[in-house]
Write a protein that binds this ligand. Structure first.
Ligand SMILES: Nc1ncnc2c1ncn2[C@@H]1O[C@H](COP(=O)(O)OP(=O)(O)OP(=O)(O)O)[C@@H](O)[C@H]1O
Length: 243
């Protein structure tokens, strides 16, 4: 659970093909903001995430968690350092290349689900796969039902997503994040908007995704129970990893 890693293990890059090997390596990540004045928000961050590992990123408000997650998500490219995921070096890629990489290899679950309210549950889950264009519509629908089953929402597939409860909507958002079988699922406060019972459900789904599907979870959280139940807690303070 708590991992007081040795400094050596922080920057090693393991072969990505190996089960349990590193699927993400962030090395010497530094990031500055320039408004209202120059300020170093991330200070030499290095860590790796292994295949099938459930990581919680914690720390006080303002310590840089979301900034780091945004970089790991490849959405922010204005940083120094190196980012390797799935054996691909992502630093220096164009925005189009990064968007294609994200759609195929990364899944996202946010505090707010961002489902399209007028679309059905099934349509929402199918969307990232339609965009990827790798499977036929029939295959995409089958895959969507599989993912909805995983989060126990298959019976709601044809409902308009606006008509679901907050907890149900978050489960649908997880199914949507899983539709392209991403290697890594990034969560930004995935239980931040849920009550205790729904938070536990979402936590159990994440655990299952990591340990049974061998997908990696990296989730920023302020939820102590969620963090404690993860495989490893990365604690940040003032732009640095402290444990
Ligand atoms: N676009 C920006 N321009 C300037 N400063 C920013 C910008 N975004 C964030 N910051 C500052 O960078 C620091 C880190 O912000 P960040 O959102 O990464 O923190 P956090 O740990 O995720 O906080 P929280 O837990 O409250 O979400 C904060 O001091 C914040 O005010």
């Amino acid at each position: 659970m708590f991992d007081n890693e040795s400094p050596k293990s922080v920057v090693q890059v393991a072969p990505t093909s190996e089960v349990g090997g590193a699927v993400l390596s962030a090395t010497n990540i530094n990031k500055y903001f320039y408004e209202p004045e120059k300020f170093q928000v991330l200070k030499n961050i290095s860590f790796e995430a292994n295949r099938g590992e459930f990581l919680a990123l914690v720390g006080k408000s303002g310590c840089g968690k979301s900034t780091l997650l945004y970089i790991l998500s490849t959405m922010d490219t204005a940083y120094d350092g190196s980012l390797v995921m799935n054996g691909e070096r992502l630093t220096g890629r164009t925005q189009d290349q990064l968007a294609a990489f994200r759609n195929e290899h990364l899944g996202f679950v946010f505090q707010f689900h961002f489902l399209l309210p007028e679309f059905t549950v099934l349509q929402n889950v199918m969307l990232p796969a339609l965009k990827l264009g790798k499977y036929s519509n029939k295959e995409i629908e089958e895959r969507a039902y599989q993912k909805l089953k995983l989060v126990d929402m298959q019976d709601h597939a044809l409902k308009q997503s606006a008509k679901l409860s907050g907890g149900q909507q978050q489960r649908v958002a997880i199914a949507r994040a899983l539709i392209n079988d991403p290697t890594i699922i990034m969560g930004d406060e995935p239980t931040g908007n849920l009550d205790k019972k729904n938070s536990e459900v979402v936590f159990e789904i994440f655990k299952q995704i990591a340990h049974e599907n061998n997908q990696t979870i990296i989730a920023v959280t302020h939820d102590p129970d969620f963090a404690k139940g993860s495989d490893r807690i990365i604690e940040m303070s003032d732009g640095q990893i402290i444990s």
